[in-house]
Ligand binder design. Structure first.
Ligand code: UD1
Ligand code: UDP
Length: 380
């Protein structure tokens, strides 16, 4: 147990982290028992990969920015560790909270664990069982050193128990990314991005790509682009391109080829509100993103995941996701099947209800400030 006003470092570094910390921050700020401090590692730094999300999610700027920038795996992870350790040494927090599976997640959890500071991992227990993904290594290591493991689905609880994590550390709370989606969906109806791009509602496909296994391998990248070239003959496709993928298109000298595909339109990455609108009005989505598999499930938009596996099988079992791999013929066939028989029923896996962050903060309150909880109960 710690004294009242526990200081919590809430860590975010890359695009998918911002929509995850936003609802948690708002819940923590609503309780006098906690003093949240937002630490941005600077893993993502372009305006359209970082600041745009603070604006769209109505977040104030981070309290601390470690400004680490890009680098190879070890370089970036090591740099985050060094900078984060400096901040922790200056004013140690009572808890470090990390989200997701990016390098910032594992780097800050390792630093905290070695300094004997409790770690909370939000979105714990997801497993693709593919150790060639840097994210899978980040997930396993972060979970191994975490004291609180907050999960989005019961599959994740089972994965953690199988790895020997004590059950009393695991809390099935739901999905904070969906907290943000449900909060901001209404606001996204004010976005005119679909009209600005000259697209028709339900008359376009949306694609995002950034996994190294897809975009750093020229054969895979070409294959996916070949599939898009065939599909765009029937359905325009909009492609907000991740900076990593833009860089790889240049590296492989594929830009000219892509520019000649008239129905495949590349644009810069878009902000959260515009992206929600683009997903919500699409006919279907192609992606290798983790978060987008979950968001399309809740929006009821068919999602073709261009990977061989997923760490989010619940979106396939209960949602609109189909893991189709990267074979161009298969991508085209599955797309045809969806266009012929659209199925847009929105699905909500258990506890993806907009209240995951509140559950997380309740767990923290009960365990870090049990006296406050009993006072609330007595008052009630
Ligand atoms: C990272 C995460 C991945 C997550 C993705 C979300 C890891 C190992 N990977 O992948 O799990 O799904 O973010 O988008 O943590 N770049 C820019 N500007 C930026 C950021 C990156 O130009 O603001 C370019 C740089 O050339 C950089 C490359 O993108 O080298 C890759 O960035 P990095 O953060 O290393 O990995 P991502 O592919 O973005
Ligand atoms: N997203 C966005 N603009 C884009 C692409 C994605 O706002 O141009 C949002 C998307 O809605 C989701 C998050 O970014 O909330 C997913 O991030 P990303 O795909 O980069 O990472 P992953 O989820 O794969 O880790």
């Amino acid at each position: 147990m710690v004294s009242s006003g526990s200081k919590i470092f809430l860590v975010a570094g890359a695009r998918p982290n911002f929509m995850k910390i936003a609802p948690i921050l708002s819940q923590l700020r609503g309780r006098t028992s906690f003093r949240p401090v937002v630490i941005h590692t600077g893993q993502h730094y372009d305006n359209d990969m970082s600041q745009a999300f603070f604006r769209d999610l109505e977040l104030s700027p981070p309290d601390v920015n470690l400004k680490v920038g890009s680098g190879r795996q070890a370089q970036q992870t090591g740099q985050i560790m060094r900078e984060f350790e400096r901040v922790v040494l200056k004013a140690p927090p009572d808890l470090v909270m990390v989200v997701g599976d990016v390098n910032s997640t594992v780097a800050c959890s390792l630093v905290a664990a070695k300094m004997h500071i409790p770690v909370a991992h939000v979105e714990a227990g997801l497993r693709s069982f593919d150790r060639r993904m840097p994210e899978e290594i980040n997930r396993v290591l972060t979970d191994a050193v975490s004291n609180y493991l907050f999960t989005t689905c019961t599959d994740a609880n089972e994965n953690l128990l199988r790895e020997g994590i004590p059950s009393e550390r695991i809390f099935f709370v739901g999905n904070v990314m969906i907290d943000s989606l449900l909060k901001f969906r209404e606001k996204s109806t004010g976005s005119s991005i679909v009209e600005r791009l000259g697209l028709r509602r339900r008359g376009y496909g949306l694609i995002t790509l950034h996994r190294p296994s897809n975009v750093d391998e020229v054969g895979k990248l070409r294959g996916i682009l070949r599939a898009m070239e065939i599909i765009q003959r029937h359905l325009p496709i909009i492609f907000p391109i991740h900076p990593r993928s833009r860089k790889m298109l240049q590296h492989f000298k594929l830009e000219g080829e892509v520019a000649r595909i008239s129905g495949l339109r590349l644009i810069d990455p878009v902000g959260y509100i515009d992206f929600l609108r683009l997903m919500d009005l699409a006919q279907l989505v192609f992606t290798d993103s983790g978060g987008i598999q979950e968001e399309t499930t809740v929006l009821g938009i068919p999602c073709l995941t261009l990977r061989e596996n997923t760490e989010r099988p619940i979106t396939v079992r209960e949602g609109t996701n189909l893991v189709v791999g990267t074979n161009p013929d298969r991508i085209v066939q599955e797309t045809q099947a969806i266009l012929e028989l659209p199925n847009r029923r929105p699905r909500r896996p258990k506890l993806w209800d907009g209240r995951a962050a509140a559950r997380i903060v309740n767990v923290l309150l009960k365990t870090m400030h049990p006296s406050k909880v009993s006072k609330i109960r007595r008052k009630g």
